[in-house]
Design a binder for this molecule. Structure first.
Ligand code: 0A1
Ligand code: ZN
Length: 882
């Protein structure tokens, strides 16, 4: 396919089973830096469910075909045809047969990082979603499951380590040469997207795990030479994940070995290849000097995520890519639960919801909105989104809320039982929960089909005489691209009625039933729920634990919210009450900024946060979350229309300054009380203490007051770990223009040889909300530490500028938009996936005020007009402009 051909949309409704199946794949891969030879032997047979008499159509992309033979006989040129994307064997015998195909690829020239490529000299692969076709011709679709045997051969000097999926079978020297080989066999049938191999000069750490039934699994984590000391935490997280999946889901590991390889050049976070996970090294390597507490938590979560895919993704895979959420939403849910069990559940929930609101809600509200299960796509790489992952996880969480712990587990057990070895669909998944619980999930299934964030408007009415409390709920779902009309959803609304003493009142509905597990089922556009025997006016604590991914508005007063922030038994809502006060304040303050009116008073928020700060029963990590006021993009989302990022920034800065002044003694007290007591440890309790101390410092220094900055300088100087050092650096960079350059330079000098730390340095500078930042970022693209070829560097510098610097990306003069558009065009020829992700930063452009909206549109149109765009960027830009 020519690079600029706009691919035809693929539609879910067009799904047909494959015409040919592949039972086994034998690969012989001769690694070479520029000409790697792949000999593939495929055992194929016609699919009884396919179309009779079909040709064999194989996918291929940028392959050089050397030979092809059918049952040992070379195929005549007239017996097959190739196009840029396919190889078709014409009129094949309609029986089991063998194809032997020899291809050559150039891994050193592979800048897309899909298929076989090189990272710091090592060979590695990335096959999801459609990368296997860049290694050999194959029916590269997830419903073709085969058993793979892989022989890898390489110069021993260049690649002493040779890994592939499954179990090791044999290895040795290639007689009379400087080469060696290894053979791996994976007994579990798998789709091609789970294939992987690695060859290189790598160091490793090893350990083992004994499964619930007593089988010993050898564990290995491979890293660049000299970095083994930083792999220990990942290994620990892996073993905890393996145990947890046995205990919580009854899932046991199923091979003799489990290997992880960390590479420096990777398009995404990590990949769950069977028995051979390949990771972006950012999510493996950690030491107290180089990684923050957030990095440790990410490593734990992503190691778990990839490991959990072994059952949800690998043993049960997806029938087609429309079903991506079947593995991703479910596996995110599982990793969230794991981290909740390892750490503080409420704090984990708060940070997950922050992520959801910060990334998924804007996606759902803009031109790139799509259902959790899309019904059409032009480029599947563009659907590894917050909607498929994070909203997909919320949908699974709602199932659990609806069915309860036991009902949910029964559904999961049935799913594992019924579909082990299958390429399944969302319908298959839901049927397991429906069957195991004897319920109908037809309406619930709308969560997979309708895009957009539902809105719930709730009002409460207490009747003192009748001693009843009525909740009126109105449900709406806004139109989204391609979905002008919506049907009402099933919304599990967890709630509590909080009495004047701060305790929950019993909840009895007027039909005599208890609101089961404290959850109301909202299923209609308008619904009322009446509670009886309510002797006192309650305050409704709504959507507890964020039981449904909805935008909720209510008639709660500011006083009610302050009350909930102090007393709610549900920690998430306690947090959320203060955030709601802050958000309302910021929206009002932003409007005041734009019209020159006086800023509103932050007294209610000061009261709520003051109470939180002085509550000794609260977890420090929770207090830290409470202290961090909604982000600029949270405020932009709330305003939704005619957004002026500068006004938002000013309003938010003013609020932080006001909080800093009003809460100073309490903040200083908490800062001092949470000073480190011993050497750094990454556990949740220690991290929580640091988080609180750092949140206090961050507020104390807001606005650059002298005592706050003095504290920050001391914090920077005295830090003995990256969490503290980087927080202090960031406080200085944002608030102390005079101290900034020296601190940034000192930090760079110290960590210049450590690319993952340099990434933090790049990202921080890109986020400074000042007009000089664009020039700084432009300059940094020429810095020796920066490279357009490494996705982590690009995301840190350009991605942070576009995604985490609202005022400078959306500069009034349009220069921020132009810079990012130029970066996208620069990158597209090299790595379309990274370019397309960067371009998605424009997803909220329509909500900007007219001047900025016009400049964003101009930038997008300029991208759209460029000839030869990749399908990835072409797809994002056309949907953004639709
Ligand atoms: N399945 C992986 C995500 C992933 C998707 C595509 C990739 O290609 C570049 C890489 C990774 C996960 O969910 O972790
Ligand atoms: Zn995943």
């Amino acid at each position: 396919m020519p690079r600029d051909a706009v691919p035809q949309p693929v539609r879910l409704s067009d799904y047909r089973p494959p015409d040919w199946l592949v039972d086994t794949v034998h690969l012989d891969v001769r690694l070479h830096p520029t000409a790697t030879r792949i000999l593939a032997r495929l055992a194929l047979r016609p699919n009884p469910e396919g179309r009779e008499g079909s040709p064999i159509v194989l996918d291929g992309d940028e392959l050089s075909l050397k030979s092809i033979a059918l049952d040992g006989t070379p195929l005549a040129g007239s017996a097959y045809v190739t196009t840029a994307g396919t190889l078709t064997v014409l009129a094949p015998p309609q029986r089991a047969l063998t194809l032997e195909i020899e291809t050559v690829v150039d891994p050193s020239a592979n800048t897309k990082l899909m298929g076989l490529y090189r990272s710091s000299g090592a060979y590695c692969t990335q096959c999801e979603a459609e990368g296997f076709r860049r290694i050999t011709y194959f029916p590269d679709r997830p419903d073709v499951l085969a058993v793979y045997t892989t022989r890898i051969e390489a110069e021993r000097e260049e690649a002493p380590v040779l890994l592939a999926n499954g179990n090791p079978v044999e290895s040795g020297a290639v007689e009379g040469t400087s080469r060696h080989y290894a053979i791996w066999h994976d007994p579990w049938p798998k789709p091609s997207y789970l294939f992987a191999l690695v060859g290189g000069r790598l160091d490793r750490i090893t350990d083992h795990f004994v499964t619930a039934t007593g089988k010993k699994v050898e564990l290995g984590i491979y890293v660049e030479p000299g970095k083994t000391e930083r792999a220990g935490y990942a290994m620990d997280a892996l073993k905890r994940s393996m145990r947890w999946d046995e205990e919580v889901f009854g899932c046991e590991y199923d091979l003799d070995v489990f290997n992880i390889v960390a590479v420096a050049d990777f398009n995404m976070g990590a990949m769950e290849n069977k028995g051979l996970n390949i990771f972006n090294d950012k999510y493996v390597l950690a030491s107290p000097e180089t990684a923050t507490d957030a990095d440790y938590a990410n490593i734990e979560g992503i190691i778990a995520h990839e490991y959990f895919h072994n059952w949800t993704g690998n043993r049960i895979t997806c029938r087609d890519w429309f079903q991506l959420c079947l593995k991703e939403g479910l596996t995110v849910f599982r990793d969230q639960e794991f981290s909740s069990d390892q750490r503080s559940r409420p704090v984990k929930r708060i940070s997950d919801v922050r992520l959801l609101k910060g990334h998924q809600f804007p996606e759902d509200a803009g031109p790139l909105a799509h259902p959790v299960r899309p019904s059409t796509y032009r480029e599947i790489n563009n659907f590894y989104t917050a909607t498929v992952y994070e909203k997909g996880a919320e949908v699974v969480r709602m199932l659990k809320t609806l069915l309860g712990e036991e009902g949910f587990r029964a559904g999961m057990d049935l799913y594992f039982d019924r579909h082990d070895g299958d390429a399944a669909t969302v319908e298959d998944f839901l049927a397991c929960f429906a069957d195991a619980n004897g319920i109908d999930l037809t309406q619930f299934a709308l969560w997979y089909a309708q895009s957009g964030t539902p809105h719930l408007a709730v009002s409460g009415h207490w009747d003192a005489q009748a001693r009843t409390y009525r909740l009126d709920v109105v449900q709406t779902l806004p139109p989204t691209p391609g979905q002008p009309e919506k049907q009402p959803m099933v919304i599990p609304l967890a709630l509590g009625l909080v009495g004047p003493d701060g305790n929950d009142l019993p909840m009895r509905l007027d039909d005599g039933t208890n609101a089961e597990r404290g959850v109301l089922l909202v299923t209609r556009p308008r619904q009322s729920f009446v509670f009886r025997d309510v002797a006192e006016r309650p305050v409704a604590s709504l959507n507890r634990g964020f039981s449904a991914p909805v935008k909720l508005t209510s008639d709660l007063t500011t006083q009610d919210l302050v009350f909930l922030a102090r007393h709610d038994a549900d920690p998430f809502n306690r947090f959320d009450a203060a955030q709601t006060i802050a958000l309302a304040h910021l929206v009002e303050a932003t409007a005041a900024r734009r019209t020159g009116r006086d800023l509103p008073s932050p007294a209610a928020l000061v009261e709520a946060l003051g109470a939180t700060l002085s509550d000794a029963t609260l977890d420090p990590a929770f207090i830290a979350q409470a202290l961090s006021v909604p982000s600029e993009s949270d405020v932009a989302r709330e305003i939704a229309d005619d957004v002026d990022p500068d006004a938002i920034h000013d309003a938010r800065q003013a609020l932080r300054r006001a909080l800093s002044a009003a809460l100073r003694p309490a903040l200083e007290g908490a800062y001092d009380r949470h000073a480190p007591t011993g050497a750094y440890a990454p556990d949740a309790a220690s991290a929580g203490r640091r988080a609180l101390r750092n949140a206090c410092l961050d507020l104390l220094a807001a606005g650059g007051t002298a005592p706050g900055l003095a504290r920050a300088l001391a914090h920077f100087r005295d830090a003995d770990n990256m969490t503290d050092r980087f927080l202090a650096l960031s406080v200085l960079a944002h608030n102390a223009p005079d101290a900034r350059e020296e601190a940034l330079a000192a930090f760079y000098e110290r960590f210049r040889d450590d690319p993952l730390v340099v990434d933090k340095w790049l990202a921080l500078q890109a986020q400074i909300a000042e007009p000089g930042t664009l020039e700084r970022v432009r300059g940094l693209t020429g810095h020796p530490a920066f490279s357009w070829g490494n996705p982590n560097r690009v995301r840190s510098l350009v991605g942070s500028f576009a995604g985490a610097n609202q005022t400078q990306f959306n500069r009034a003069d349009g220069a921020g938009h132009d810079f990012v558009a130029d970066a996208v065009l620069e990158l597209d020829g090299r790595n379309p996936q990274v370019a397309a992700r960067l371009l998605a930063a424009f997803k909220s452009w329509r909500s900007l005020e007219p001047g900025r909206r016009a400049s964003a549109e101009r930038a997008l149109r300029r991208v759209a007009a460029k000839p030869g765009l990749s399908p990835d960027v072409g797809d994002i830009v056309s949907r953004s402009l639709e």
